[in-house]
Design a protein around this ligand. Sequence first.
Ligand code: SD4
Length: 338
Amino acid sequence: MQAINPYFSDSHQFAYMTNRRKFLQSSVVGAAALHAACRSEAQSPTAIIRPAVISTWNHGIPANAAAWEILKSGGKAIDAVEAGVRVTESDPTGQSVGVGGRPDMNGNVTLDACIMNEKGDCGSVAYLQNIEHPITVARQVMEETPHVMLVGDGALQFALEKGHPEINLLTEKSKADWEAWMKSERKVLPKINVENHDTIGLVALDSHGDLSGACTTSGAAWKLPGRVGDSPIIGAGLYVDNEVGAATATGWGEAVMRAVGCFLVVELMRQGNTPQRACELTVERVISKNPDWRDIQVGFIALGKNGEYGGYCIQPGFDYAVYRPDIENQLIKSGSRV
Ligand code: SD4
């Protein structure tokens, strides 16, 4: 029997049930998911459900909760996405974002982040060290400079001028992990879902109907010094088009960049694909451009203008958090290609 949510009018019940079905679809794995990725699917006439926020991995739950505090009282999506990912940036237990992030092969924690609003304005920082909130620096680049992206020492100088304190991001745990890695074979390609896990990408639709997104990470563990991933690259790790939808990515950034993944997700939504289908097709594109795809994880999540969401990845093990009036901050197991 279908669950009926008393929160909605009849037309919204339809959307609610449609989205319950989508939840079940998105949990399908293996051959069935591949089949789903290869068949065409018409856009369902879904009613609008907003506000809505979705984010990557299980740390998306507390991030969504912070974003929801802003969204539920009519706040703007751009404020919600920044507030949401700042929670993850400050959490020392997350080893792929902000404080506690795993370092590069020299033992330095270097951060990448970007943000995009409903007007298409965007800001980004890459290879930034010793700053707790790269997402706020990225927003300041967007709002207070004529530029989109600052990197390395220049980004640090800008952050310090804006009053961000300089702090040590390397925790004892991440230092110990790095020391263990130094004694190992020193493989640069991280272990799937373990060493390349936990980037937070978060996209939101506010009650005014506007979309924004944010993505922040310490990047791939044990990377070469100077390496920048997809997460601060507009179009790769994050993309927002207020006419259509928003998407963000996680996983091996090199593979995401080759396919300009999040731009592709949004363009596929523009062509009439649901967020779910757009993520599936984009994973197929990533696979087709990366012969080593069996050794890597890549995942996308997407949110449409109507609050419809989707997520898909290459390897099992990726999940994402969804918060809408009908779905109170639930972790959803992503469908996967393998
Ligand atoms: C990167 N995409 O730097 C990031 C890492 C990541 O979950 O997403 N981890 O390649």
